[in-house]
Ligand binder design. Structure first.
Ligand SMILES: [Zn+2]
Length: 373
């Protein structure tokens, strides 16, 4: 018997349940309600996770700003240190010049003194010998000696003063060299500080990039989490079936290991749950995929992340979906019998390896296929 059924809301299913009292429906209705609640919770969780990721990213950004300020001030300190060092270098150069000049003067003074003494001893008239030998008496001699001594003392005094001056300049230079060492030590410390800040910044930049990536992914996941599934749900809800579900169990589309069950998965990187709307059955590429029950092919074609997907309408709002196929064996509108080959396994769409993603939907809402097999 074929009956035209249009199911627009869960309320309708629930009322149908009450009227018909079909156990399969009763179970389905309550599970739909529960799964919708779970789906809403999942969306909330995903949103909260996205907000948290965004906050974390902004915190890192503000840390980077603080660090950049510190780097700038360190660089300014370094610049002023370099100025001080250059000024000190200039002073050292000037002092060295002073030293050279003073040494030249001292040497000249010393040479002059020696030359004068030599002249006094060696030359003819007025020489020291002459002065002394020409002395009339001891008083004269001592007087002459005194004059020579005085000349010598004066020269020696000048020389001493010059040497004192030279010592002072040399001491000044030593102080400047000490200062230079101190400045160099400061500079080294400052450079080290700058390097460590730069390393911190690099680490933070990497953390920021990672946080940003996570935010973007969380945002994308939030948006895409159930987009495909929701879109399908909306599409199937508005679809008017021409079939009536005959009841009973569905058949396995392919015999293989179930690699992923239906239900909410914890996303390890994001910490929130995402609904896996079907079960994954491992099947090597080209393995025949069979209709789980009698029905009409609702669609056979590309369906986004599902890849090449076949959807079969079994009537009364019950539909099955077979995703990631490599190729099709049926086309839209075709009637199929339970166990009929409808497609061949593959890894098209959002898939990491060949398998059959098998879904059971009631009025568009995904159900756990385990309850139907
Ligand atoms: Zn799957």
């Amino acid at each position: 018997m074929f009956r035209k059924v249009t199911i627009v809301s869960i309320a309708c299913i629930m009322s149908l349940t009450l009227v018909c009292g079909v156990p399969a429906y009763a179970k389905t209705a309550s599970s739909i309600k529960q799964e919708l609640a779970e789906s809403q919770q999942n969306e909330k969780d995903a949103k909260a996770e996205y907000e948290a990721k965004k906050k974390a990213e902004e915190a890192i950004k503000s840390e980077i700003k603080t660090l950049e300020k510190r780097i700038k001030s360190t660089e300014n300190e370094l610049k002023s240190l370099e100025k001080d060092i250059a000024a000190n270098d200039q002073k050292i150069e000037e002092t060295e010049q002073e030293i050279v000049e003073m040494e030249t003067t001292v040497r000249r003074q010393n040479d002059d003194l020696n030359a004068r003494l030599r002249m006094m001893y060696e030359s003819g008239e007025g020489s020291l010998i002459e002065v002394l030998l020409g002395s009339a008496d001891l008083t004269d001699f001592l007087g002459g000696l005194d004059i020579v001594k005085k000349i010598h003392e004066y020269d020696m005094q000048v020389l001493d003063e010059m040497n004192i001056q030279l010592n002072k300049i040399e001491q000044k230079k030593a102080e400047l060299v000490d200062m230079q060492q101190l400045l160099d030590t400061h500079k080294k410390a400052q450079i080290q500080k700058r390097e460590s800040l730069a390393a911190d910044k690099k680490k933070l930049a990497a953390a920021e990039a990672k946080a940003h990536q996570e935010t973007v992914e969380a945002q994308e996941d939030l948006a895409a989490a159930q987009k495909e599934s929701d879109a399908l749900e909306a599409e199937l809800k508005s679809y008017t079936s021409t079939q009536t579900w005959g009841g009973g169990k569905l058949g396995w589309p392919v015999i293989g290991r179930v690699t992923s069950e239906y239900g909410y998965r914890i996303r390890p990187n994001f910490g929130y749950r995402q609904l896996h709307s079907g079960i994954d059955i491992a099947a090597s590429t080209g393995t025949p995929i069979r209709a789980a029950g009698d029905g009409v092919v609702y669609s056979a074609g590309w369906k986004g992340s599902y890849g090449n997907a076949v959807i079969i309408d079994h009537g009364s709002g019950i539909m099955t979906l077979y995703g990631h196929n490599s190729s099709f064996a049926v086309s839209s509108g075709q009637s199929v019998k339970r166990g009929q080959v409808i497609a061949y396994a593959g890894s098209t769409g959002n898939s990491t390896g060949p398998h059959c993603h098998f879904e059971v939907r009631v009025n568009g809402t995904p159900q756990n296929p385990r309850g139907w097999l």
